[in-house]
Design a protein around this ligand. Sequence first.
Ligand code: ATP
Ligand code: ZN
Length: 219
Amino acid sequence: MSEPRLRIAVQKSGRLADRSLELISGAGLRVMKGANELLYRIENQPIDLLRVRDDDIPTFVADGVAELGIVGYNVLAEHFPDADLEAMIVQRLGFGSCTLKVAVPNEADYTGPQWLDGKRIATSYPNVLGAWLKTHGITAEIVEMRGAVEVAPRMKIAHAICDLVSTGATLEANGMKATDLVLKSEAVLVKAPHAPAPELAHTYDMLLRRFDGVTASTG
Ligand code: ATP
Ligand code: ZN
């Protein structure tokens, strides 16, 4: 029987991938980039990195396939619209900051959220947007798109969009302006609902202390 190993689910490639690995090396874990693309071994601890699409991280962690995961708050909130997210979150990580915003074409006579009533809004975040519309008492049609949401108004698919924004350059390039903040996001460390196997408890506690230390020192 091989020794049990902890698993941390991380984004394989993308905006969170490098910073996730930095956090992991910052915690003193030596990552062995092996032949296995899905699983990277940690040389000096009984830990493996499960490298997946960010969208799969909430499921892997909630199902206990990985004891920990690093994922954007936005992805977590969309995946678990009704869950107690604070109970899943171990800590906020201070990177991957972005905002989910409503945006409309520059020429729109936008006066406030009520403008959206009865309109069509394209987004990859139907649950988060739906909840925001509800709190504002707005009834709008949500058009779910997986990517290239910013082209929807030009393609006449929607009147407005709700998308992740960091600099606003993409909006500007597509003749749109951000109007409302729907969600503020950053990368978060999430944990499985059940405690790790007893023989891994020591490694798990050590890891959480070190992550906390790294995050505190990098601000
Ligand atoms: P994957 O292939 O893993 O599904 P993806 O294309 O869905 O990747 P990325 O674009 O790599 O995702 O973004 C990952 C996360 O980075 C986002 O969910 C968000 O939390 C964060 N992020 C930070 N800034 C931005 C931004 N400007 N646009 C999009 N996401 C951002
Ligand atoms: Zn994704």
